[in-house]
Design a protein around this ligand. Structure first.
Ligand SMILES: [Zn+2]
Length: 169
């Protein structure tokens, strides 16, 4: 499943990439350009803008109106609608910064790129094949999992977000 997030959804973009989804993000395209891009690359346009959402559907594009007020709610909405797995699997994760794939890398190959305290504490590292950013499961890891747990609970309790849909009309 491929997505395109409008400029208001930078944070959601990063979340979806960590979860392994191919997400393009732009904050310098206008509505028409976003719609054109989502159609030409067959991406589902994610937006909080009702007007843009409606216009995309009118043009025969795929779109989803994001309503949740925080990331946990937004992820729950998307998981419910698109049957997304709310688990981080590093073997499918994408770089939250640039959307390229990441791959495991040996610790001694990244020693120069991470703080010494980090290399002492962690043994597993990943590197982005696009921008070269190095990742590890640092202190933010617990918060990521807390947010995903919250989302999963919302999904399993039948969290409803109104009439969002991806119809192509
Ligand atoms: Zn990257």
């Amino acid at each position: 499943m491929r997505f395109l997030c409008d400029g208001m959804l930078g944070k959601l973009t990063r979340w979806l990439r960590i979860l392994g989804h191919d997400v393009e993000y732009s904050n310098n395209l206008d509505d028409e350009e976003l719609i054109a891009l989502s159609r030409s690359e067959d991406r589902i346009l994610l937006t909080r803008d009702v007007e843009l959402y409606r216009r995309a559907l009118t043009r025969g594009g795929k779109a989803f109106l994001v309503r949740g007020g925080n990331e946990a709610e937004r992820l729950a909405e998307l998981a419910s609608r698109f049957n997304l797995k709310l688990e981080v699997d590093a073997s499918t994760s994408r770089c939250p910064k640039c959307n390229a794939r990441i791959k495991p890398v040996k610790k001694d190959e990244v020693l120069e790129k991470v703080p010494e305290s980090t290399s002492r504490l962690y043994d597993e590292f990943w590197i982005c094949l696009g921008c070269g950013q190095v990742y590890w499961r640092g202190s933010h890891w617990r918060r990521i999992n807390e947010t995903l747990e919250k989302s999963k609970q919302m999904v399993s309790s039948g969290f409803s977000v109104g009439d969002s849909q991806t119809d192509s009309r």
